[in-house]
Design a protein around this ligand. Structure first.
Ligand SMILES: *[C@@H]1O[C@H](CO)[C@@H](O)[C@H](O)[C@H]1NC(C)=O
Ligand SMILES: *[C@@H]1O[C@H](CO)[C@@H](O)[C@H](O)[C@H]1NC(C)=O
Length: 334
């Protein structure tokens, strides 16, 4: 297993390591050109890179990532752990709420935000995606609609969901609906840990208050089974499954973790670190994609673009050439 060469430096709060295959730290280490270049080693970028490099062994794939390998403890690991360092905190002013700001963590590491969150494996509600589709483009793109019904098959495909044990169900009353929400078989795992917090966690009071507004979140994170029952007694409707399009109410949210090892499962591990060596899959870390440069006018479709890349260490800007396609999953999120 590739991951065995990771060097744990847990005392520093951060584990930095890298797999033995195809990690590049300098532009000069890259091949002359790649068939596919992908900007960003997050959930989308690494999933696409994994699938492309497996489907086309004769084609080369490069992923360019701003961050590095990092296994810093998650936000909700034992008290005293440092917060996850490898993330950006965006805090834009939101006009709809009097220009107040909200902190939002965006992963800056191999694995992207799937590696730095609180290990929730979660989705929005149907209306979130339907509104998104309405805003983005009213007509289907290439036959795919980016609304709930269009995305649900891909949500289902994205994860291997492992049902809780009979004991967990007996102890905590966990509910889920496999057919409505899951069914995929991928190297990303979602399940429940074999324990629940015994009581409200006073070490994260802000999360407790946030949970009043996000009741679906309250259950796993800060509040015990007793408190869950109190919400239900207070009239908050329990839901069998919140990842199936309707998450108003209170429900059991699974976590992104390996079922046996009870450790974090994320795109950086599943779609890169734990793959068997693949000669056609390179990953450049600590570099930022600054622009995509199209050679010549009117040739967008015929001439693949060059990707401009800046080294975060030296500031040096270089270009990498794609023979076939450039994918910029992060643009879709802006
Ligand atoms: C929010 O900020 C914008 C841009 O600075 C400003 O035009 C607007 O008046 C502000 N809104 C409120 C409610 O302060
Ligand atoms: C977590 O567990 C999986 C499955 O046993 C293992 O492959 C992986 O190396 C573990 N990750 C860490 C960071 O220990």
């Amino acid at each position: 297993m590739i991951s065995q060469v990771l060097v744990p430096l847990t005392l520093a709060g951060v584990v930095l390591g890298s797999p033995s295959f195809n990690v590049k730290r300098q532009i000069t280490d890259l091949r002359k050109s790649y068939d596919f270049i992908i900007a960003g080693a997050g959930t989308t970028g690494l999933t696409v890179a994994d699938r492309l490099s497996a489907a086309f062994p004769d084609r080369t794939v490069l992923v360019v990532e701003y961050g590095d390998f990092d296994e810093a403890p998650g936000t909700f690991d034992p008290p005293g752990s440092p917060p996850p360092a490898p993330s950006f905190a965006y805090s834009p002013a939101v006009p709809g709420i009097n220009n107040r700001t909200a902190a939002l963590r965006v992963g800056r590491t191999v694995g992207g935000s799937s590696a730095v969150n609180g290990q929730f494996f979660d989705r929005g509600s149907r209306h979130d995606y339907d509104d998104w589709q309405a805003l983005a483009s009213p007509s289907p793109q290439n036959g795919i609609k980016w609304d709930w019904d269009g995305l649900l098959p891909y949500f289902k495909k994205s994860v291997t969901f492992v049902e809780p044990t009979e004991e967990q169900v007996a102890d905590f009353g966990i509910t889920w609906d496999f057919d409505a929400a899951y069914g995929g078989s991928t190297p990303i795992f979602s399940t429940w840990p074999p324990f629940q917090w015994p009581a409200a966690r006073t070490d994260y009071p802000e999360l407790y208050f946030a949970s009043v507004f996000f009741m679906w979140l309250a259950n796993w994170l800060t509040i015990s089974v007793t408190t869950r029952n109190a919400w239900i007694e207070a009239g908050v409707a329990p839901r069998k499954e919140c990842a199936a399009g309707d998450k108003d109410g209170i429900c059991w949210v699974p976590t992104s973790q390996y079922p046996d090892a009870v450790n974090r499962s994320h795109a950086g591990r599943g779609h890169y670190l734990e793959l068997d060596k693949r000669a056609n899959y390179d990953l450049l870390v600590n570099h930022k994609v600054t622009r995509v440069v199209y050679p010549g006018r009117g040739h967008h479709l015929r001439s693949p673009p060059a990707v401009e890349i800046r080294s975060l260490d030296s500031g040096k800007v270089s270009t990498a050439n794609a023979k076939l396609e450039v994918a910029m999953p992060w643009l879709a999120k802006c």
